[in-house]
Each structure stands twice: as structure tokens, then as C-alpha cells.
Design a protein around this ligand. Structure first.
Ligand code: URA
Length: 244
């Protein structure tokens, strides 16, 4: 149970700026707590179950935040992007302020499922190569998909700078120039490099799943490109990512 906090601290914990900025929001009557406009930034509020309304938008209090984003092409997963805008620019500013970060990375031109959280420990665990979270991609290739490509990806290809061949844990053709492929390692540009090492080339890459989290299914149904959704902790427990 989280103990009651002064409203200004509660706002700050949810990413609504410094304590001074949070005080100002309350003083300007821009904040409601559980539907009632707040006037005292020092009022003690129980976080559990509390809904903060800021400038008319409701934000249930969260100890930690877990998000799924359908990443479009042309955004970078880095906080300090080099050539495109950051994926974080697709989120409300107070999520970034409270430290939400992508779990692992997708290339700027890769689309699909990206998880983000401000739970640093979980981020570290899920992104860790040792955890081997399977990641499934739909790959569009330059040259036709043939048996030799599928066999090479399934049996393993040796990448430059690697000592052991890397194999897809699952790979199947989907169409003349598309295949579905699951990897468990998470090396830099892994899918593109594996497909290149197998003699083809990735033209487009779309991640459809990470572990049991699959775009288009359950809580991830109807998540259009460019949009995000909060993932309830109960769902993360079902996926085996949070303890009970
Ligand atoms: N493999 C790649 O080559 N790129 C990605 O974005 C993800 C996996």
C-alpha cells in the first residue's frame, strides 16, 4: 500500500514537472483529483486508485507504467535520435518526464510492436540477451523466398563478428517475398544480417510479437500504427513478465 502523498508530489511522481510546476498546475485550477477540482497542492492524497485529471485528461495513478506502441517507420528508439524524431515523441510528455524508455530497440525503418516502461528492472530483464524473449517478425525480402533461405535461417548462419552461427527458433514462408521468423537473441540488426548472410535482403521488417504479446490480439487488438496503449499489470503477469 502506498502512503498518502501531498498532491504536488503525486503529480511530480506521474511526470507532471517539478514540484514547483506541479504546484502551479494546481494553483491555476488545472488539476482535479477523483473528479473534484483541486485547490491545495499540499492536500494528502492516497495514490492507490486515484485518478488525476490534468487539463481535462484523466490519468489514473500508476506506480509504474507499461506501454505497447505500434511503431511506425521513420522514428528512432533512441532518446537522442540522430536522423529522425524519437519514438518518445509519440507519447504524452509526462510519460517521458517520468522516465519511460523502450524495451530494446527497433531500427528506424522497422515497424511493429515496441514495449516501453519506466520499470528499469523489468526493462533490463526483458531486454537482456540472457532472458531470450522470443521476438517474431514479418520480413519482406528483395529476392524470392525459397527453401534454401528458410533452411539456412532455421539451421543457422554465421554473422560477421559472431563466433557461433545464429539460427531462427522458428521460420516459415508466408508468400513469394515474405516470411515469418522468430529469434531469441537480440543482436544488433540481427534479422537483416541473418537474411543477408543467407543470401537475400530485407526490404521491410515488422515485429508482430514479443513473447506472448502479439499485435492484433487481446489487449493489443486494434492498435493502429503510431498509437500506444497502456498494458495492465495483470496482463504482464499473464505474459509471465511480472511476478504474482
Ligand atoms: N532485427 C533487425 O535487423 N532490425 C530490427 O529492427 C529488429 C531486429
Amino acid at each position: 500500500m502506498n502512503k498518502p502523498l501531498p498532491l504536488e508530489r503525486l503529480l511530480q511522481s506521474q511526470g507532471f514537472g517539478s514540484r514547483k510546476a506541479a504546484r502551479a498546475l494546481v494553483q491555476q485550477a488545472r488539476v482535479a483529483v477523483n473528479g473534484v477540482t483541486a485547490c491545495d497542492p499540499d492536500a494528502r492524497i492516497s495514490p492507490e486508485g486515484c485518478v488525476l485529471t490534468v487539463d481535462g485528461a484523466d490519468w489514473p495513478w500508476r506506480a509504474q507504467l507499461y506501454l505497447a506502441l505500434h511503431k511506425p517507420a521513420g522514428v528512432e528508439c533512441s532518446r537522442s535520435p540522430q536522423h529522425h524524431v524519437s519514438v518518445l515523441s509519440l507519447l504524452p510528455a509526462h510519460f517521458i518526464e517520468r522516465g519511460v524508455q523502450p524495451v530494446g530497440r527497433l531500427d528506424a525503418d522497422t515497424t511493429g510492436l515496441l514495449l516501453l516502461t519506466d520499470n528499469g528492472a523489468l526493462n533490463h530483464t526483458l531486454a537482456s540477451p540472457r532472458r531470450h524473449v522470443p521476438k517474431t517478425y514479418v520480413v519482406t525480402t528483395k529476392h524470392a523466398v525459397d527453401d534454401a533461405l528458410i533452411t539456412a535461417l532455421a539451421s543457422g548462419v554465421l554473422l560477421h563478428d559472431e563466433t557461433e552461427p545464429l539460427a531462427a527458433s522458428d521460420v516459415r514462408p508466408l508468400g513469394s517475398h515474405t516470411l515469418e521468423m522468430t529469434i531469441s537473441q537480440g543482436k544488433y540488426h540481427q534479422v537483416k544480417r541473418m537474411v543477408a548472410a543467407a543470401g537475400n535482403r530485407v526490404e521491410a521488417l515488422h515485429r508482430i510479437a514479443m513473447g506472448a504479446a502479439r499485435l492484433g490480439e487481446g489487449v493489443l487488438a486494434d492498435l493502429p500504427e503510431g498509437s500506444w496503449r497502456e498494458i495492465p499489470e495483470a496482463q504482464l503477469r499473464t505474459w509471465g513478465w511480472l511476478g504474482h
